[in-house]
Write a protein that binds this ligand. Structure first.
Ligand code: ATP
Ligand code: MG
Length: 561
């Protein structure tokens, strides 16, 4: 098999689209046909950011060619599958903004046809019932210099037809017989060494129940599923490249009415996380995270709860491009794409996560002033809102130092700072408890500086955020860090769980937010000034008791490099 030389392209084309252009061109194999793709998840877990890449490629390609993309649950493997997963998969794809319209299928619907195509292969002398046990089959696989062996290869067609019918009827025990495609026991591609295409497996299937005790293998089932749905281009990940000759063989040798073309692209990997559904399930089942939608998970529901937007994820998938080389993308690139989106759209508000009281001693006790502030300076259309200011505010504890370190421009006795959008205040001191902890900070304000301007032009180096104590709501804020401490938790000698980051979640319980933030319904994203982008948690927030997740910091942190 000659290897194609693939050149990576940027912009709006990629090698998949080049292949499709060839295929639909005049004289191409799909000349005049509508481009038809599919996304075929196995419903055994929630979708993750890797799936998002596949979804963007499958649905995005269909969109580009004004074609169609099916959603197919690849449920030919009769393991435990759950409607919970099916529903979640649909929800996530819709959330990303793609539609399969009325083309939603289960691969198990095609079991009867798959059986017929298997019989067809036997009749053509292209498949036979083999009685090697799985162990014997392994022993007889051969190697590069030795062919595989099956003593059943030349079994008469009638005998195989009879045995296959009886396999289906349940006459034989699990593992005693298989149906194998009769291809080439000497092939350098081991997938072609008379691969098993049906096995006996008495497991109740979540949709077909106990109708079947034989189940087709993926490599046989998948091309038939594609052909039955009229798929023109079956886009999949790189690990299927060596299976393509078998895919083509099934298409060529059965009387399917459509001849789809398989094209492979690189899997997406992201550092400091795991992407296999089995491992993600372990994290959930063993309680290391708070469900599939834990904001630290790379699942789409986790990213959504973290505050990721469909736009940010689609932009990420677009920018990483489509290539033939597996690679690991830095998590910070995903964050970059989110920041780009939220910078445009998120309302700016003030929230104090580690509060301490600031008392403006020369401000009247019964007075409250209203200031009008812009919701988003990047987006004047987002309008303005009113915030209140009075004698007592909350500020961040670390915005005050009794004895300032070098280059500290925030509050310390004698220094002036700007309270964002309101006044310039001058620190006059603080109060401490018995243990010497600061409990209140004192300052005076300069009434001439309303709006934060200095009429005399004096320079104010620091600006800090604050929340009016009279109009504050208590909030919980959750900060997240990498779920794993190493870039590739899968590749170490140890179990991936040993690389879990014990500090991946920090909960701040006593935060103070602008009052309007107490009565919201998700989804809502904000920029907490100076702190980062946050979203209202869609599970744990209650009226008057908001919980916010940090979606991403304001700037990239350099700790990773
Ligand atoms: P897992 O290893 O987590 O079980 P999978 O490949 O078995 O993943 P499927 O449900 O079969 O998961 O995936 C559906 C589709 O999504 C497949 O076409 C698969 O190639 C694609 N896909 C899965 N993971 C990735 C990834 N990391 N990057 C790109 N595409 C992916
Ligand atoms: Mg799979």
């Amino acid at each position: 098999m000659a290897e194609e030389i693939i050149e990576e392209k940027d912009g709006n084309g990629n090698f998949i689209h080049d292949f499709i252009d060839e295929d639909i061109a005049k004289d191409g194999q799909f000349q005049g046909k509508t481009v038809h793709t599919r996304f075929p998840p196995e419903p055994n877990g929630y979708l993750h950011i890797g799936h998002a890449k596949a979804i963007c490629i499958d649905f995005g390609t269909a969109e580009k060619y004004n074609g169609m993309c099916n959603l197919r649950m690849d449920d030919t493997n009769p393991t435990k599958e759950d409607v919970e997963y099916v529903d979640a998969i649909k929800e996530d794809i819709k959330w990303l903004g793609y539609s399969w319209e009325d083309r939603f299928f289960f691969a198990s619907e095609y079991f009867p046809e798959m059986y017929k195509f298997a019989v067809e292969l036997i009749e053509k002398g292209l498949a036979y019932v083999c009685q090697l046990t799985p162990e014997q089959m392994r022993e007889n696989r051969g190697d590069i210099s030795h062919p595989a062996i099956s003593p059943y290869r030349d079994r008469p067609i009638d005998e195989s037809l009879d045995l296959f019918a009886r396999m289906k009827a349940g006459e034989f025990k699990d593992g005693t017989m298989t149906l194998r495609a009769r291809i080439d026991l000497e092939s350098g591609n081991f997938n072609m060494r008379d691969p098993v295409i049906y096995r006996i497996n008495r497991i109740t299937h979540h949709r077909t129940g106990d109708d079947w005790c034989i189940y087709p293998m993926y490599d046989f089932a998948h091309p038939i599923e594609d052909a039955m749905e009229g798929i023109t281009h079956s886009l999949c990940t790189l690990e299927f490249e060596a299976h393509r000759p078998l895919y083509d063989w099934v298409i060529q040798n059965t009387s399917v009415s459509c001849k789809p073309r398989q094209i492979e692209f690189a899997r997406l990997g992201i550092n400091n996380t795991v992407m296999s559904k089995r491992k993600l399930r372990t994290l959930v089942d063993e309680g290391y995270v708070d469900g599939w939608d834990d904001p630290r998970m790379p699942t789409l529901c986790g990213l959504r709860r973290r505050g990721y937007t469909p736009k940010a994820i689609r932009s990420f998938c677009d920018k990483i491009g489509v290539s033939k080389v597996n690679s690991i993308v830095d998590y910070s690139f995903l964050e970059h794409c989110l920041r780009e989106d939220l910078n445009e759209t998120a309302q700016r508000v003030m929230t104090v996560v580690n509060p301490i009281k600031l008392v403006i001693t020369n401000y009247p006790e019964d007075k409250t002033e209203v200031f009008q502030v812009e919701n988003n300076p990047n987006n004047p259309d987002d309008g303005v809102r009113d915030i209140t200011f009075s004698r007592e505010s909350y500020i961040e504890a670390d915005d005050f130092m009794e004895e300032p370190v070098k280059k500290y421009f925030r509050l310390y006795p004698g220094n002036e700072v700007r309270l964002k959008s309101t006044y310039i205040v001058k620190c006059t001191g603080c109060k401490k408890d018995d243990k010497g902890n600061v409990t209140e900070v004192y300052a005076t304000y300069d009434p001439e500086t309303r709006g934060g301007n200095t009429p005399d032009g004096r320079k104010i180096k620091g600006t800090i955020h604050w929340v009016d104590a009279r109009n504050a709501v208590d909030a919980e804020v959750r900060l997240y860090d990498n779920l794993f401490t190493v870039p590739d938790p899968d590749s170490g000698d140890k179990n991936f769980l040993e690389y879990l980051n014990p500090d991946s979640l920090t909960v701040l319980k006593n935060c103070k937010a602008e009052k309007s933030l107490g009565e919201l319904t998700p989804p809502q994203s904000f920029q907490f000034m100076r702190l980062g982008y946050f979203c209202l948690d869609n599970k744990d927030s209650k009226s008057g008791k908001p919980v916010f997740n940090r979606s991403v910091s304001l700037k990239e942190s350099f700790k990773k490099k």
